[in-house]
Design a binder for this molecule. Sequence first.
Ligand code: GAR
Length: 197
Amino acid sequence: MLKIVVLVSGGGTNLQALLDAKAAGQIPNGEFVKVISSKSGVFALERAAKAGVATAVIERKGKTAEEFEAALLAELEASKADLIVLAGFMTILGENVIAKYPEKIINVHPALIPSFCGKGFYGLKVHEAALEKGVKVTGATVHFVNEIPDGGKIIAQKAVEVQDGDTPEILQKRVMEQAEWKILPQAVAKLCYERNK
Ligand code: GAR
């Protein structure tokens, strides 16, 4: 079993998709050992607790990037993480964490990378930018995390249609339902299967 740690910052619907997939037997080679949030009081923490997964909060606010990174590294090491999943994690990881876990950190991004990605493109902003540009197809991407924001090798992608009258909120929901909540658990299951020793 690979030990999986999930990093979150908000509502945690992608975390829920992972927990549901695990409960349904779809991730037989991985176990969720901890959920770490960069914000206290977020609903993702309740989702984890309800599924019986240990939680930790490392507040990003009020810390320097170095302090945050050191605290996160300590928590990841204590968890003996084999795979780290960024699921709505709104902080760019520091290079010490990235260097320590090559090809062991994956992220879900709500667009078809290399469109609408990189620094400043997160959450609803991604869908606002897609609508502003007028793209007719968008989607989601699961990729490895390297030192370039949203720049690591792509693992999975799924396209989603943009429809007339879409608002950023409506488009976000469709991208989550049709793409993110499917490709993220599938990618985790596949990596765990391939790396299971
Ligand atoms: C998701 O759409 C996720 O892809 C996006 O934020 C949302 C989090 O929702 N992540 C990013 O934009 C990261 N760059 P969730 O907390 O309900 O999973």
